[in-house]
Design a protein around this ligand. Structure first.
Ligand code: HEM
Length: 356
């Protein structure tokens, strides 16, 4: 049961203090990428402890808040946290994004987006469990679910930030990392709310809730995303994140990037899937497609469902033509994804972060 002290806040709107300033879209920023391999170690586990209200919080409460938004949670070391505290976490995540020049295409951004999505995408709206709320991917069996192969790299990398800010919950850290990644790779500003509280291994969702890249049926993403509460337009908007990153033979078994700019957020995924001729890759690995012209880009059987189904394809065409609309729709759908199943207390403010 929630403690009376669990939530104690002074919404900024009421105190008259401005939220973090909203950034303009960085739609056209394209970053060159440096590259290393240095996975930070760290078990990244549990936090315990009861409700704590720090001195600052008591002073702020006594003084009417002093323009600070704060609350307490049941995770270790939590105290009063304001927008500026989360901006500091944002900046620390931004700092590690490209610190290992040899990692993949030079950025942890894509794998942070995938971590945020897989932590969130287990939500089931009928049972109301799963989702990012409890940061359960730290635990087995969820950490060992096939769909999460390779995500230990992102979790371990973020341990460095967790040790700098031990008060942040894993659910908040991972979803915030997903926001940082999108914004720092040139994507739209994603409003984000804090409030996830770490759970235990008992809270792990069952296996099989995330989509299977090998499944070519349009029914499959509908089954998975309708379960979370998304519609066709939102599903297609979310899929545009495949502009970023790549498949790895030692993680999913598939191989290669979807676009030529895997560390720049854009509508390229839609442009590529519509504009190129896709042929089956000749190899001993799982069935996937490569572009006929260069053989360098790839599509999963699951990606092809989005151009083989007329309702999905309509949205693919819309986003290929209109990057601004894509950015707007992605922002809404991604925010919704990261918040699935999180019991935010009423009045929890949306934070918007400055890019680093
Ligand atoms: C039908 C739905 C989806 C399927 C079947 C799917 C499947 C996959 C697969 C097989 C990989 C390769 C993993 C690896 O080998 O490293 C991947 C990577 C990725 N996915 Fe998805 N995905 C889906 C939806 C999404 C959504 C909704 C997002 C985000 C909003 C997303 C973001 C990413 C990103 C950024 C990567 C690259 C990760 C990296 O470079 O390490 N995916 N996805």
């Amino acid at each position: 049961m929630a403690s009376a002290l669990q939530i104690l806040r002074v919404p900024l709107a009421r105190t008259g203090m401005m939220m973090m300033s909203t950034q303009t879209s960085h739609a056209f920023r394209r970053k060159a990428v440096p590259l290393i391999r240095n996975y930070a170690s760290g078990a990244g586990e549990k936090s315990g402890g009861g409700v704590k209200l720090g001195l600052w919080g008591l002073l702020a409460a006594a003084g009417g808040g002093g323009g600070y938004y704060f609350w307490t949670t049941q995770q270790g070391g939590s105290g009063p946290r304001g927008a500026s505290d989360y901006q500091k976490v944002y900046d620390a995540i931004a700092k590690i994004l490209e610190e290992d020049a040899e990692y993949d295409d030079g950025s942890y951004g894509p794998v942070f987006v995938r971590l945020a999505w897989h932590a969130s995408g287990t939500y089931d709206k009928s049972t109301k469990d799963g989702g990012s709320s409890k940061g359960t991917m730290r635990f087995e069996p969820e950490s060992k679910h096939g769909a999460n192969a390779g995500l230990h790299i992102a979790r371990q990398k973020l341990e460095k930030v967790k040790s700098q800010f031990p008060w942040i919950s894993y659910g908040d850290l991972w979803t915030l990392a997903g926001v940082v990644a999108v914004q720092e790779m040139g994507g739209p500003t994603i409003p984000w709310r804090a409030g996830r509280v770490d759970g235990t291994a008992q809270d792990c969702p069952p296996d099989g809730r995330l989509p299977d890249g090998a499944n070519p049926s349009p029914k499959h993403p509908r089954d998975v995303f309708y379960r979370m509460g998304f519609d066709d337009q939102e599903i297609v908007a979310l899929l545009g994140a495949h502009t970023l990153g790549r498949c790895h033979t030692d993680r999913s078994g598939f191989d290669g990037p979807w676009t030529n700019s895997p560390t720049a957020f854009s509508n390229s995924y839609y442009v590529e899937i519509l504009g190129r001729k896709w042929v089956e890759k000749k190899w001993s690995g799982p069935k996937q497609f490569v572009d006929k012209e260069s053989g360098q880009l790839m599509m999963l059987p699951a990606d092809m469902a989005f151009v083989n189904d007329s309702e999905f394809k309509k949205w693919v065409e819309t986003y290929a033509k209109d990057e601004k609309k894509y950015f707007d729709d992605f922002t809404k759908a991604y925010k919704k994804l990261l918040e699935l199943g999180v019991p935010f207390p009423e009045g929890t403010p949306e934070l918007k972060f400055k890019t680093a």
